[in-house]
Design a protein around this ligand. Structure first.
Ligand code: ADP
Ligand code: MG
Length: 355
């Protein structure tokens, strides 16, 4: 397994990119540590597949350099990079048996037959297809085929990294959970470098130690699930992660205070900015609903089991608050913000608050 360095990678699919918007990847400068389990999370079209294909070599970036363990692999082919990649849709040989599909990548590399047999059986157990070993792949269901694809990625132990591009899309929800847990276990056991692409936050947060959030051709934050929740670096992260996402409200800054319409809020520190276009981010979990603070009008209460989501208007803006299952909505509702949950943003990027 290898450490992967992406040095100032940019990519445009068109031949003559003129502006930033012509780039599918605008600038990616980041290291994937050897043996890390990463999720690449972002909405459709943000550049996840482009980035993954650049790492595997299916695509050559228009700018920048790629290193595996310090060695320049920018111009090497997929084969030479020795990467296993699992795609959204099954890539298998229909006319081969399930067993031979898994054995193929190993035989291809000249692995001795007893070792091939050992690895294939181990992988068949892992993907729960041991009973199907002798069957031709052709007659299998879509999720069985995808499990073979997954197995073909996992069967090799000599790879530099295993890349997954939304591999569980075609798998039913229960099996999804099972396979994801197995991938996690494998990671713990063998310490593979794994990069797992998804647009589903639950999938990303449960699989990865580090989540890489992408937006509009850029990596906007890399962090643990807790970091992404508590300190979103970009308003997009606040909005994309969490359910509902972070509330974002325009404010004016005055020293250690923020003005929100007619209201003045104490901040946890003095923001390191004197800019004007400042926004305050507060997650619904940190919005207190009670009888003091800023008056709001409530227009919807959604009961979602363990808690309620309250939708209200504050100073003409939408705001969401989370209320405990047994908490009541007050007759004259007001909100206040828990200072621990306040983040400030300037042009969408988080600004530090000093003491
Ligand atoms: P994601 O995997 O996050 O959904 P992609 O990496 O597939 O995003 O796409 C990023 C951007 O690049 C999108 O705007 C997409 O339309 C564009 N794109 C992807 N593949 C191609 C291609 N082969 N030719 C031209 N544009 C492409
Ligand atoms: Mg994609």
């Amino acid at each position: 397994m290898a450490r992967i360095d992406l040095n100032h990678i940019r990519h445009a699919y068109g031949a003559h990119p003129k502006s930033e918007s012509d780039y599918a990847l605008r600038e990616v400068h980041h290291t994937f540590e050897d043996g890390g389990a990463y999720a690449l999370l972002g909405p459709s079209g943000c550049g996840k597949t482009t980035l993954l294909n650049i790492i595997s070599g299916l695509l050559h970036a228009s700018h920048g350099q790629l290193l595996f363990d310090g060695k320049d692999v920018t111009r090497l082919s997929t084969q030479e990079r020795n990467i296993a990649q699992v795609f959204q849709f099954p890539v298998i040989y229909d006319t081969m048996t399930v067993y031979d599909n898994l054995a193929f990548p190993l035989r291809n590399r000249g692995v001795a037959e007893p070792e091939v047999d050992r690895k294939v059986r181990e992988t068949l157990d892992m993907i729960d297809l041991a009973d199907w070993a002798k069957r031709k792949a052709r007659g299998l269901t879509a999720d069985q085929k995808q499990k073979i694809s997954l197995g073909r990625g996992l069967v090799r132990s000599d790879v530099n990294a295993i890349l997954f591009d939304e591999p569980l899309t075609v798998i039913d929800p229960h099996m999804k959970w099972v396979l994801r847990s197995q991938l996690k276990q494998l990671h713990r056991r063998f310490g593979y470098t794994m990069i797992y692409v998804t647009h589903d936050q639950t999938e990303a947060l449960t699989f990865a130690e580090k989540v890489v959030v992408m937006y509009d051709g850029q990596i906007v934050q890399i962090g643990t699930p807790a970091e992404l929740f508590e300190r979103p670096r970009h308003t997009f992260v606040g909005y994309f992660i969490g359910s509902p996402g972070m509330n974002v409200l325009p404010v004016a800054i005055d020293g250690r205070r923020a003005r929100l319409g007619d209201h003045v809020l104490d901040l946890p520190g003095t923001p390191e900015t004197d800019g004007n276009a400042i926004e305050l981010g507060i997650r619904p979990e940190y919005v207190r609903l009670g009888t003091s603070g800023m008056p709001v009008s409530i227009h919807k209460v959604e009961d979602i089991g363990r808690h309620k989501v309250v939708r209200a208007r504050l100073e003409g803006r939408e705001i969401a608050a989370i209320l405990g299952e047994d908490d009541h909505v007050p007759a004259e509702p007001h909100v206040s913000f828990d200072p621990a949950g306040i983040n400030l943003y300037e042009r969408s990027w988080r600004v530090e608050m000093g003491a």
